[in-house]
Write a protein that binds this ligand. Structure first.
Ligand SMILES: Cc1ncc(COP(=O)(O)O)c(C=O)c1O
Length: 390
């Protein structure tokens, strides 16, 4: 079976420096917030061209810390997409705030700015007649304080920040960029993770830049927010180690994971180039075949980090046929995501129903992802495409 993501080949490429750094960290006796974490944060900030990069224990904790720093809590409404990984909305709910879902643009799979604007107006005016929020939800939503937006750079493609940041400014909302999948992507040369007031990423092993466990980071140009992130990630500590000035979490990245990430970050630009090559080859081969699937489109000025290469089949039956062919040929596949968040049991208390977000629901029935990583060569890509055709 081919790997879905080839971490072994990557390991061999950086094995020497990686092992040297990890052993140095092991021997140093300093395992929490030491020199490796500091060096990684400096290098991440330089890579992303941002003033502050604050590492933390996971992408989920990065989102949580960002929302805590923004003072999000019960009574607050946060707009986000239902077509994402559960963590994006989970953190909103964990803080007692209310996720308000907004449907996606079917061309990019990211939150639709027009639908976002309609949902904000509907909530502000307590009027659901523009159909952006389900009728039945009005009672639940009455009195909520619209506070922010969490955008997601799904599959590596940045959301439409020009429009979303402008809408947020108009309505006094903050924007938190969930770049867990997007880190490495760009909008006109600006790095994903820095496209809004605050950005977060994940270093989960399967992410474009992943460690060997859990990890994450927050990005901002705002000095006050950065110091809040640093405080909240260590139980809300103040200047002194045992002074706690606010509530926080155990949210640090450890030295060993930082030691893994530094060599990985040094080959990341090259890996991103390879990801572009793989995506372009898939695009060329699939569009010149007779396959009835839609390949991902990257709008002008945007660069995807290609966390996933996801295709849209014409319907659920056709998707199943293609998945079966790939399985028979030993090609692994994944479905991200087969159930949008508004239909997840854990969020059923929000009162959403099937039919509320038609594009998210339609995409969840048609989408599938094929292997994507920087070490896929042209022959293997041809084999994968051939397997879908025959
Ligand atoms: C869009 C999105 N947000 C948040 C997360 C959470 O990241 P982590 O697994 O590092 O907590 C993920 C990870 O899969 C993700 O894909």
């Amino acid at each position: 079976m081919l790997p879905f993501i080839d971490l072994q080949t990557q390991f061999k490429r950086i094995q020497f420096e990686l092992e040297e750094r990890v052993i140095k960290a092991l021997r140093s006796g300093q395992y929490i917030l030491g020199p490796e974490v500091t060096e990684l944060e400096n290098r991440l900030a330089e890579f992303a061209k941002v003033k502050h990069a604050v590492t933390c224990s996971s992408g989920t904790d990065a989102l949580l810390i960002a929302l805590m720093a923004k003072g999000v809590g019960p009574g607050d409404a946060i707009f986000t997409t239902p077509f994402t990984y559960f963590a994006t909305a989970e953190v909103i709910a964990l803080l007692g705030a209310t996720p308000i879902f907004v449907d996606i643009d079917i061309g990019t799979f990211n939150i639709d700015p027009l639908a976002l604007k309609s949902a904000i107006l509907a909530l502000n005016n307590c009027d659901v007649s523009n159909n952006s929020l389900p009728n039945r939800s009005l009672k639940k939503l009455r009195g909520l304080n619209p506070k922010g937006i969490i955008t997601v750079d799904l599959f590596g493609l940045p959301a439409d920040y020009d429009r979303i940041n402008a809408i947020a400014d108009q309505h006094g909302l903050f924007v938190l960029e969930d770049a867990a999948q997007g880190f490495g992507g760009e909008v006109n040369g600006r790095c994903a993770g820095t496209l809004a007031e605050v950005g977060c990423t994940s270093f989960f092993p399967a992410k474009p830049l992943g460690c060997y466990g859990d990890g994450g980071a927050l990005f901002t140009n705002d000095d006050d927010l950065a110091s809040l992130f640093r405080s909240i990630r260590v139980h809300g500590r103040g200047v002194d180690k045992y002074e706690n000035v606010r509530l926080g979490v155990t949210g640090r990245l450890d030295e060993l994971q930082a030691a893994v990430l530094i060599p990985k970050l040094s080959i990341f630009p090259d890996e991103l180039k390879s990801r572009q090559r793989v995506a372009a080859t898939y695009q060329k081969l699939i569009s010149s075949s007779n396959l009835d699937v839609i390949t991902p489109k990257v709008p002008d000025g945007l660069l995807s980090s290609w966390a996933q290469y996801s295709l849209l089949a014409s319907d659920q039956v056709e998707r199943q046929k293609i998945l079966s062919k790939l399985k028979k040929a030993g090609v692994p596949t994944m479905i991200y995501y087969s159930k949008p968040l508004h239909l997840q049991k854990a969020l059923s208390y929000l009162g959403y129903e099937s039919g509320d977000f038609p594009f998210s629901e339609q995409v969840s029935e048609r989408i599938f992802s094929i292997p994507m990583h920087p070490y896929l060569d042209e022959n293997v890509i041809s084999v994968i495409v051939e397997a879908m055709v025959h």
